[in-house]
Design a binder for this molecule. Sequence first.
Ligand SMILES: Nc1ncnc2c1ncn2[C@@H]1O[C@H](COP(=O)(O)OP(=O)(O)OP(=O)(O)O)[C@@H](O)[C@H]1O
Length: 772
Amino acid sequence: MKTAKYNQQLISLDRYNREDYQKLYDDGKKGMLTCSVCGGPVRLYLGIKDKPHFYHHLSAKENCSEQIESSPSVQPSEEAEYIERNGFRIPKARSITAEAEREEKFIFPREVKIPSPFNPFPPAKPGVKLNYLKQLKDAGIHFDGNQEKAVVFIDGPLLILAGAGSGKTRVLTARTAFMIEEKKVDPGSIMLVTFTAKAAAEMKKRIALYPGMSPAKVNQLIAGTFHSIFYRILCFHDRENWSSDKLMKKEWQREQILKEAGRKLQLDEKEFAYDLALQQIGLWKNTMIMPHEVKPESPWEEKVAFLYKDYEAAKERQKLFDFDDMLLGCYKLFKEKPEILDNYQNRFHYFLIDEFQDINKVQYELMKMLSSKHGNVCAVGDDDQSIYSFRGSDPAYLFNFKTDFKNTKLIILNQNYRSPHEIVETANTLISANLTRHEKEMRAQFSGERPPVIFHPYDEEEEATMILTDIKERVEQGERPGDFAILFRTNAASRAVFERLANSSLPFRLDQDIESFYERFMIKGMLSFLRLSMNPDESEAIKNILPSLFLKQSIFRDLQANSILNDCSMLEALTHVKTGFAFQEQKLKRLIPIVRSLSSLSPVAAIDIVEKDLGYQDFIKKRGNEGNQLEKGSDDIRDLKVAARNFKTVGEFIEHADHMTAMNAEIKRSSRNLTDAITLSTIHRAKGLEYGNVYIIGTVDGSIPHDYALDAYRNGDLQPLEEERRLLYVAVTRAEKNLFISVPQKRRGRKANPSRFLSNIKRKMPNQDLGI
Ligand SMILES: Nc1ncnc2c1ncn2[C@@H]1O[C@H](COP(=O)(O)OP(=O)(O)OP(=O)(O)O)[C@@H](O)[C@H]1O
C-alpha cells in the first residue's frame, strides 16, 4: 500500500520526498506509522525485491481491508525507458529532466540481461593415474585435465595463467599436499608465498584437511607473505637492526617524516599530495630505484625525489625502517653475504607463488635468487586481478616469466567453477573494456537462478537499509549469514552498512583495520565542538578541538588551571588563554556562545556552523589532507552530514556516534572467531575469497572508479582507471550465486553518476535497461 498515517497526517509515497524515505523507514520501526484504514502499525519496506511500500506490522494485517500492494520481483522496467507518442512506442530521450527524475524517482532494480545462453563448454578431462590423485578424488576434490596437470608437474618452472574462480587455490593447495604425500618431498623445503597472511592461513588450513595431511606436517611448510617470510630471515641474521619496535607501522608516521622534509621545500600541505608522494616512494623502492637513481619525469616527481632522499636519510638517522625496507634489506643481505643465500638456496627446493600478477621487482628478484639452484618455481596469476600496481606490482613479470625461467611449462585455466554463467559473462564484459590486458574469456560451468541485479538506492543510508532488508529476507528463508559479503572501495564507505548491521541482530565480521568512522581525525574534531555544547567540561573534547583552533596541546594544562582559578568551565577557560595574538584571543572569546548554542540545533545545522563560523573549513583546508588524493578531510565531513541527517538533536547524534564507536571495537573483538557471519570488507581484502551472495556498494564515479583515478585519467594517465576496473572485476567474481550491484543516486549529499564501468555492459550486451 502506498498510503499511511504519519504525525496525524495521511501521506502517500508517490508524493513523499524521496530523500525522506529513510526517515519514514526509521520512524516506522519506532511505531510512528499507522494504517489509514485499521489504524494498526505499519512500516515502510525498503529492499531490493519490491518497490517501497507500507506493510502491516504485527497482527492487524489479517483484519484490515487495505491490501499490501504486491510488486513484481526484480524486473526490467520498460516504462522508464519508453513513452507512447502518436501511437508509437519510442525511447525516452535522455534529458536534463530525465537526469533530475533519476534522482527523485524510485528506480526499480534491474537484472542484467545476458544475451548468450549458457552453453556448457566441457573442461579438459582428467586422466592421470596416481595414487594420491585418487585419494583426493575420493575425498571429493576433483580436478579437470588442466588443473590435474598443474598439480602433478612439480619439477621445473611452471606458469599457471588462470582466471577468476578457475581453481588456483585448489591447485596450489592440492599440489603442495601431492608433493608431500605422493612425492615424499620434505615440507620444510617448500616455500608457499601468498599475498596476505589471511590467505596463507586459509591455505594451510585447507591443506591440513587433505588425505594424509596433518597440522604437524603443514606447520613445517614455510608459508606466508613475502614480507613475513623475508622479515623472519632478516631478524634471524640481524635481530638488533630489524627489531619490530623500529618498524614504522602506521602511514601517519611515514607521512610525518615526509612532511618535515616538505617544509624544507616549503610545500603547502593543503596542496601537496603527501599520500601520493608516499605511494611514489614505495613504488620506487619496490622497483629497486634508490634515491640517487631516480630520474624525475615531472616537476612533481622532482619534489618527491627530494623528499625520498630526505625520508631515507631521516629513517637511517633514527634507525627506523618501513615495510618496503624488509624486502630491500633481505635482498642486500643475500647480495652481501652469499653464504647466507647459499644456505637458503640449499634449504628450499620448491616455490609456489600465488597472485603472481601482484609481484614487484624486489620480490621477483628475491625469488629468482632463491630458486636459482633448483629452478622449481610454480607461479600462479591472473593479470585481470592485478590491483596493486600503485605499489609497484607489475603483471609483466607474469608474462616475462618464460624468458627468465627457461623451459617453463605453461598451463592455462579458463574454466570458472565458482560463479554461474550470468555472473561470469557480466565479469567478462566488464573487464573486456580494459586496454592493457591479455585477451581471454572465462567459461562458466553452470547457469544460475538469476542474473546480477543492479539496484538504485537514493543514497548511502538507503543503500544500507536495502541491503540489510535483502539479507534479512534471505536469512529468514534459510540462508546462512556467512554466505553474504558486502564489499566497498574504501573503509570510509562502509559507515552506513556498519551502522545498520550493528543495530540488527545479524552476526557480522569486520576487518581489524577498519576504525570507527567517528574516530577519524577530522570527524573527531568536529564532533568535539558538538560535545562541548552539551558538556563544556569534557576534557577529551577540549583536547580534540585545540588543533582546529591552531592551539598547541600544551595549552590544555593552562585551561585546566584557568578553569579552577576562574571557577569556570573548561570551554569558558578558553577566553582566558593568552596566545600573544589579539585576533586569536578575540576569536576564542567569540567562540564560546556559538559553541553553547549548538546543542539547540539539528546536528546538520550545528556542523554547518562549526564549519563556517568557527573556522573548521579553514582548518580542513590546512590540515585536512586536502592535497591528498585518496582520503580528504572535507569528504569525511560530507559523509558526516549524511549520517547526521537521521538525527533531530545533537545529543542523539553524539550518543549514536559513541555507541557506534563502542560497537566497532566490540564487533572486531567478538567476531574474530565467528564462523557464520556476514563479511564487511574492502574489495582489496576480498581478493581470493568467495561468498554465496555479494553486494557491491557505491558503484558510482568517484567511488569506483575512485576520484584519484578519474583525476589521473583527466591528466592523460589511463592506468589507475584500468586498475579500478580490475577492482570491480575482482568484486564481481567473488559471487558464487547472487550478485547485487548498488548504484546510489546520491553520494556524500550530491548527485552521483553511475560508474562508467557499467556502461560497457550496456554497450556490449544489447537491449540493456540498467536504470542508468
Ligand atoms: N575442478 C573443480 N571442480 C569443481 N569445483 C572446483 C574445481 N576447481 C575449483 N573448484 C571450486 O571453484 C571455486 C573457485 O576455486 P578457487 O578458489 O581455487 O579459484 P581461484 O582461481 O583461486 O579464484 P580467484 O582467483 O577468483 O580467487 C572454489 O569453490 C573451488 O572449490
